[in-house]
Design a protein around this ligand. Structure first.
Ligand code: HXC
Length: 268
């Protein structure tokens, strides 16, 4: 689908995306690039990164991939520093790396719980922490008055409760808290805007293929306000908006992009 935004809305910006090699992270990287940004993507799977970078470059997007695991502080630092070495600065950090599997609380080991917390929550904080020096106003490659921006990919699972997703719900609740607290502290001190996006069920993603696609496709039509799954494009457009100057007064919010699903109940 054609973007409603002007193609230069992110011109001159440099974005670093964790989990940028596939799924929602890759679509955001693509749309950032198509709107003028240079993009660095970070991921654990080198083959996935290579193919993602080739695809981005085939669109004419300046792109580079860095292998790394957000659970490792040294990887986070290396990738942040390498991005700046490659492109000269970082304007936008997107935390899209996430881990997920369906398991009942009874069967989930504390280490399984910790693993998802480590990827989604601690990983998000670690990346923000390492990128701070480059995102703050007056940082390398940046004016003394304008900071960069952070986007944290969240979920809506934890607004209520979700079957077999206790670990992800806890992790995304922490992500939302990170978004709000960094928005307060770093918005005030460093002119860094920190926002989140909470996608609903998005077609053609690892998240949806793990969370019972047949049920969502057949039964949810009964009660989903917009009667359809979202597209990765929908999340990317929200990201373009929040990362651009159009969102310059938005700080500390998590934008729900789910067609109204989390609010709805079955008809009766
Ligand atoms: C129960 C599991 C499990 C499973 C792992 N564990 N998979 N427990 N059911 N299916 C437990 C293991 O037993 C172990 O605990 C601990 O977790 C660590 O497992 P490892 O395999 O060593 O971890 P690792 O190789 O680091 O992989 C972590 C991973 C990750 C979380 C499984 O590989 C992963 O999920 N990758 C997929 C990425 C993904 O799906 N991304 C999209 C996210 S979508 P013990 O106690 O045995 O040591 C998303 C959207 C949510 O987040 C919202 C949707 C609406």
């Amino acid at each position: 689908m054609k973007s409603p935004f002007k193609a230069d809305i992110l011109r001159g910006k440099v974005a670093l995306l964790t989990g940028g090699g596939s799924g929602i992270g890759f679509e955001i990287a693509t749309q950032f690039g198509k709107h003028g940004a240079s993009v660095a993507i970070m991921g654990r799977r080198i083959d996935v990164l290579h193919s993602a970078v080739s695809t981005l470059q085939s669109f004419g997007i300046p792109a580079v991939g860095f292998e790394g695991d957000v659970r490792k502080k040294e990887d986070a630092k290396r990738v942040v520093d390498s991005t700046v070495k490659h492109f000269g600065k970082i304007d936008i950090l997107v935390n899209a790396a996430a881990g997920n599997f369906l398991v009942s609380s009874e069967d989930l080991s504390p280490n399984g719980f910790r693993t998802v917390m480590d990827i989604d929550s601690v990983g998000t904080f670690t990346m923000c922490h390492e990128a701070l020096v480059y995102l703050k106003k007056g940082g390398p490659g940046r004016s003394s008055s304008t900071g960069g921006t952070i986007l944290n990919i969240s979920a809506t699972l934890h607004y209520t409760a979700s079957w077999y997703q206790i670990h992800v719900s806890a992790a995304k609740a922490a992500v939302d808290a990170i978004t709000r607290n960094l928005a307060l502290e770093w918005g005030t001190d460093y002119d860094i805007r920190v926002n989140g996006i909470a996608p609903g069920p998005i077609g053609d993603t690892a998240g949806i293929s793990k969370l019972a696609p047949e049920e969502i496709n057949s039964k949810a039509r009964e009660y989903m306000p917009l009667y359809k799954l979202g597209e990765k494009w929908d999340i990317a457009m929200a990201a373009v908006y929040l990362a651009s100057d159009a969102g310059k007064y938005i700080n500390g919010t998590t934008l729900v992009v789910d067609g109204g699903l989390w609010l709805s109940h079955p008809r009766h």
